[in-house]
Design a protein around this ligand. Structure first.
Ligand SMILES: Cc1cc2nc3c(=O)[nH]c(=O)nc-3n(C[C@H](O)[C@H](O)[C@H](O)COP(=O)(O)OP(=O)(O)OC[C@H]3O[C@@H](n4cnc5c(N)ncnc54)[C@H](O)[C@@H]3O)c2cc1C
Length: 430
C-alpha cells in the first residue's frame, strides 16, 4: 500500500531514499542490536555509526533542529512524512539523530542552557556522541507534577538536590539528566519547580534499579529508578529561571509528543500492511480470509482509523509550522496524543487476530506493539489528561442556551422562521 501525499520533488526524493535505506539497512539492525542508545557498546557503534554517516551525507541528520542548530529547517510537516518511515523501526530515530528523549532535551538546552552548557552537553548530544535522560516523574506522583517532592535548595553558588524519580528512560546510557525539582514549596503550584542539568557522574546520583516494561522484553530494562542524595550542582546548571520548571517542561514535551505520533503512523501502517498480506495469503474452507466480510470490515475500519489519525497528525504538524508557537497548538497536540494509543491498539489487535495464533506469538511483533500502545497512553502524560485538555478548551468557547431549550430546538426555530416571513402569505405561494 502506498501513501498519496505530495511534497516538493526534492524532499520526495529524500523520502524515497529513506524508505529504501530504512528497509534495507535499518530494519535488519533492529534484529542485531539490543539497545541503540548505548553509545558504549562496540557492536552497536560498529553497526550504527556507518549508517549515521550515510544519513549525514544525505543532509538528513538531526533534521528536526532549526538551521541555527545545524538542522535543515524542514518544518514539522516534512518531519511527519519522514518520521512515518522511521516509526517502523527501533533504531531508526538513533540512526537519523532524532531519538527521544535526546531531541527534546537538546531543544531545552537550546532555549534555556548557558553558552557553556550548550558547548559541553548540547553539541555532543546533537552529534550523537552522548545520550541523555529526562527525570521528571516521581514514585510520589506522575500525572500531577504539583505533587512532586524532589527538592533543590540553593546553597551559595550551588543547588543541592534530594529526592527520587523514576521512569527516567535511558538514564543508564546518559551522560546527563534534565531533572525537575521543587525550589519554592510555598509558591503557587505551577511556580514551585525549576529545571536542572545534572551530570550522571555527580556524587549522590544513583540508579537504584532499571525498570523494564512489558512489550520490551527483548531490550534491556531502561527506565531508571533514580535517587538523588545531596547532589551538588553549580547554579549555572539551572535551565531557565527559578520557578520556570513547568514552562521548560512544556517546551520539551510539545515537540516530543508530535514526533511520537508521527512514528506511530508508521507502526499502524506496518500492522495494516501485514493484515492485508495475511488476508490475501491465508485460505479457509476454500476461500481467502480477504473474501470474508467480517475480515473485510476489520481491514476497512483499520484503514479509516489510520487515515483519520494520519490527517490529524499532519494537520497538527502544519499548524505548528504555520503558528511557530506550541502554545497555540496545545489542544491539537493533546488530541493527537489521546488518539495515538487507541489507533495503535485497535489496528494492531485486529492484525494479530487475523494472523491467528501466529499473531499473538513472539514470532510476530503485534504483542509488543499492543503493549506499545499502553506505553503511549502514559509516556508524556496519561490519555485522560490530554482528553481533559481538549474538552476544557472546547468548553471554554461554549455559551449556555438562552432559555430552557437548546438554541436549535426545532419548535423555536420554526416559530422564528414564521415570524420572519409573517408579512408573506406562505400558504398561498406557488
Ligand atoms: C515507556 C515509558 C517511558 C517513560 N519515560 C519517562 C521519562 O523519560 N521521564 C519521565 O519523567 N517520565 C517518563 N515516563 C513516565 C510517564 O510520564 C508517567 O507514567 C505518566 O506521567 C503518568 O504518571 P504515573 O505513572 O505516575 O500515573 P498516575 O499519575 O498515578 O496516573 C495513573 C492513572 O490514573 C488516571 N489519572 C491520573 N490523573 C488523572 C486525571 N486528572 N483525570 C483522569 N484520570 C487520571 C490515568 O488513567 C492514569 O493513567 C515514562 C512512562 C512510560 C510508560
Amino acid at each position: 500500500m502506498s501513501w498519496d501525499f505530495e511534497t516538493d520533488p526534492e524532499f520526495q526524493a529524500q523520502l524515497e531514499w529513506v524508505e529504501d535505506f530504512v528497509r534495507t539497512e535499518v530494519e535488519p539492525l533492529d534484529r542485531l542490536i539490543e539497545h541503540a542508545w548505548d553509545v558504549t557498546d562496540p557492536k552497536r557503534n560498529e553497526l550504527i555509526r556507518p549508517l549515521q554517516q550515510q544519513v549525514r551525507e544525505r543532509n538528513l541528520w538531526a533534521c528536526h533542529l532549526t538551521p541555527a542548530l545545524g538542522g535543515r529547517g524542514y518544518g514539522q510537516l516534512k518531519l511527519a512524512l519522514l518520521n512515518e518511515i522511521l516509526g517502523r523501526t527501533h533504531s531508526g530515530p538513533v540512526v537519523f539523530g532524532c531519538q527521544a528523549p535526546d531531541s527534546g532535551n537538546a531543544e531545552v538546552l537550546a532555549h534555556f542552557g548557558s553558552a557553556d552548557l550548550k558547548k559541553r552537553y548540547m553539541e555532543p548530544l546533537i552529534d550523537g556522541d552522548i545520550m541523555s535522560a529526562y527525570s521528571m516523574t516521581e514514585p510520589a506522583g506522575g500525572s500531577d507534577p504539583t505533587g512532586f517532592i524532589t527538592r533543590a535548595v540553593r546553597d551559595g553558588d550551588e543547588y543541592v538536590i534530594n529526592g527520587e524519580k523514576w521512569f527516567s528512560s535511558h538514564a543508564r546510557f546518559a551522560t546527563f539528566l534534565i531533572v525537575m525539582a521543587v525550589t519554592d514549596p510555598e509558591a503557587e503550584p505551577h511556580k514551585r519547580a525549576s529545571m536542572f542539568l545534572v551530570p550522571i557522574d555527580t556524587p549522590g546520583v544513583e540508579i537504584v534499579r532499571n525498570v523494564g516494561v512489558s512489550g520490551h522484553e527483548d531490550h534491556e530494562a531502561t527506565h531508571a529508578y533514580m535517587r538523588y542524595t545531596d547532589v551538588r550542582i553549580p547554579a549555572g546548571n539551572r535551565l531557565g529561571d527559578e520557578s520556570q520548571g513547568f514552562e521548560v517542561a512544556q517546551t520539551r514535551l510539545g515537540g516530543g509528543r508530535i514526533h511520537h505520533a508521527m512514528r506511530t503512523v508508521g507502526l499502524v501502517k506496518a500492522s495494516l500492511d501485514m493484515m492485508l498480506e495475511r488476508a490475501v495469503s491465508r485460505h479457509t474452507r476454500g476461500q481467502r480470509l480477504a473474501d470474508l466480510q467480517m475480515v473485510q470490515a476489520m481491514i476497512a475500519e483499520s484503514w479509516i482509523q489510520l487515515q483519520q489519525f494520519r490527517l490529524l497528525v499532519l494537520q497538527t504538524a502544519w499548524k505548528i509550522d504555520k503558528y511557530n508557537d506550541y502554545k497555540r497548538v496545545l489542544v491539537d497536540i493533546s488530541a493527537v496524543k489521546a488518539a495515538m494509543p487507541k489507533v495503535l491498539l485497535d489496528v494492531t489487535s485486529r492484525a494479530a487476530q487475523i494472523h491467528g495464533s501466529l499473531g499473538i506469538s513472539t514470532e510476530l511483533p503485534f504483542g509488543r506493539w499492543i503493549m506499545e500502545s499502553y506505553h503511549m497512553g502514559l509516556a508524556d502524560g496519561a490519555t485522560e489528561l490530554h482528553l481533559q485538555t481538549v474538552a476544557k478548551q472546547l468548553l471554554r468557547t461554549a455559551t449556555p442556551a438562552p432559555g430552557l431549550f437548546p438554541t436549535r430546538h426545532l419548535p423555536a426555530l420554526e416559530a422564528a422562521a414564521q415570524a420572519k416571513y409573517a408579512h408573506l402569505d406562505l400558504a398561498t405561494l406557488p
